[in-house]
Write a protein that binds this ligand. Structure first.
Ligand SMILES: Cc1ncc(COP(=O)(O)O)c(C=O)c1O
Length: 407
């Protein structure tokens, strides 16, 4: 028999599969076993998962009339009950009214974003994305091979003045911009929530330049303070905005359920890339049954859980780093703290010292596809307890001081 490893297949791969072939994929990694303080990945808090509730709901589902439907192929757009839950969720948290025809279910919002990319991107097409940008989206985008033009993010979110410049540049070149990708609430990695003025401006730009917006909203419900602002989807009246959402951060990432909310005429373009018997008919029902009864109280609980972690991490960092020229954001929600390291920090030395005290963080360059970001790091406060957020961030802050030669 031929050794399977000797069979060459690369020449048969698709153009899309060949993009970056051989390079590490950089998909979601598991929690690092060697880390004592896991501030690297944006993992939800495992202590907050509703284990008993999910067990009880599953048993109830299996004994109900829906049991057989849960264990067979599902509906092409996803479980109708879950699409209805998404509709209710938007109404409950934002007062936004949508219809079921606007919703298609996916395997998490990473997959939802990928469906939108598949529907609109050919290799070489131009898009505009935030810089820094969620690393998962950069991996996702790479597979579709677009040319990415970047627009920076400041305290008010994506800088719309630069978005306009990019759109004008593309217009001069006679190239359409397929979409503008933006995370409006508690941007991953740098944390800000887009201001109302910017939200209006970006929607106006999409109309003026005949493009679309891909609005990634994985954290919107987890607002610890401040005012909830209307989504781009709402401001636009659901005409040029495709909005991705997820249960990952408000129920559990393991359920792998997300969705796109988009103009109903667009839905078939996404559905065309969804084959395979409906997305998770079984888990969709468990999640829907549970969330239908507990969504409001569960989200309320999570807000308190994550606020306490953010505060503990900020306390630890500031206790040690006050007096330096460090810059640390204070996100109003979400999972991440973004910091600009004090000047003179030796980043290689910091990596070594942080590893010695077993603190995991994500270096800034992971979020800058075309280079840069060395002076930044991202810390996720979502996974560890408040006590560990405090302890671990102090250890990291001490490592930062030591990496400047001033321990
Ligand atoms: C901004 C953003 N979008 C999308 C995702 C994907 O989440 P999921 O596929 O679990 O819904 C994440 C996960 O960390 C995220 O931070």
């Amino acid at each position: 028999m031929t050794d399977p490893a000797s069979v060459r297949f690369e020449h048969l791969l698709s153009r899309q599969a060949l993009i970056g072939w051989g390079a590490p994929l950089g998909t979601q990694r598991p929690v690092t076993r060697s880390a004592l303080y896991e501030f690297g990945g944006g993992f939800p808090d495992p202590a907050s998962f509703p284990y008993d509730g999910i067990a009880e709901t599953t048993a109830r589902l299996m004994k109900s009339d829906e049991g057989p439907a849960a264990l067979t192929y599902g509906e092409p757009l996803g479980y109708r009950g879950l699409r209805e839950l998404v509709r209710q969720k938007y109404e409950m948290f934002e007062g936004l009214k949508i219809s079921l025809e606007n919703v298609i279910i996916s395997n998490g919002s990473g997959h939802a974003l990928s469906l939108a990319m598949s529907a609109f991107l050919d290799i070489g097409d131009a898009i505009i994305a935030e810089s820094p940008c969620f690393s998962g989206t950069l991996v996702n985008l790479r597979r579709h091979g677009p040319t990415i033009l970047h627009a920076p993010v400041d305290a008010e979110g994506i800088v719309t003045r630069v978005v306009r410049e990019r759109l004008e540049q593309l217009r001069r070149e006679g190239r359409p911009c397929k979409f503008i990708y933006t995370i409006v609430n508690f941007q991953n990695p740098s944390g800000p929530s887009q201001s109302l003025a910017r939200r209006h401006e970006i929607v106006e730009l999409a109309h003026e330049f005949d493009t679309l917006i891909l609005e990634d909203d994985a954290y919107g419900e987890l607002r610890f303070e401040g005012e909830t602002l209307p989504s781009l989807y709402e401001i636009d009246g659901g005409r040029r905005v495709i909005r991705a959402g997820t249960l990952s951060k408000i129920l559990g990432a393991g359920v792998r359920l997300g969705w796109l909310c988009a103009p109903r005429e667009m839905i078939p373009a996404f559905q065309a890339f969804l084959f395979g018997g409906g997305v998770n008919p079984f888990v969709s029902r468990v999640a829907t049954l549970f969330m239908r009864e507990h969504m409001a109280e569960h989200v309320k609980l999570l807000i308190d859980v994550y606020r306490a972690k953010r505060d503990a991490m900020l306390k630890g960092l500031w206790e040690v780093l006050r007096g330096t020229d460090v810059e640390i954001n204070r996100p109003e929600g979400g999972f991440f703290i973004w910091m600009k390291l004090p000047s003179g920090t030796d980043r290689g030395k910091l990596a070594t010292l942080a590893a010695e005290v077993r603190v995991q963080y994500t270096p800034g360059p992971a979020f800058y596809p075309t280079g840069g970001g060395e002076e930044f790091i991202r810390l996720a406060f979502s996974y560890e307890s408040p006590e560990k957020c405090y302890e671990g961030s102090k250890l990291l802050a001490q490592a930062i001081l030591a990496a400047r030669g001033r321990a």
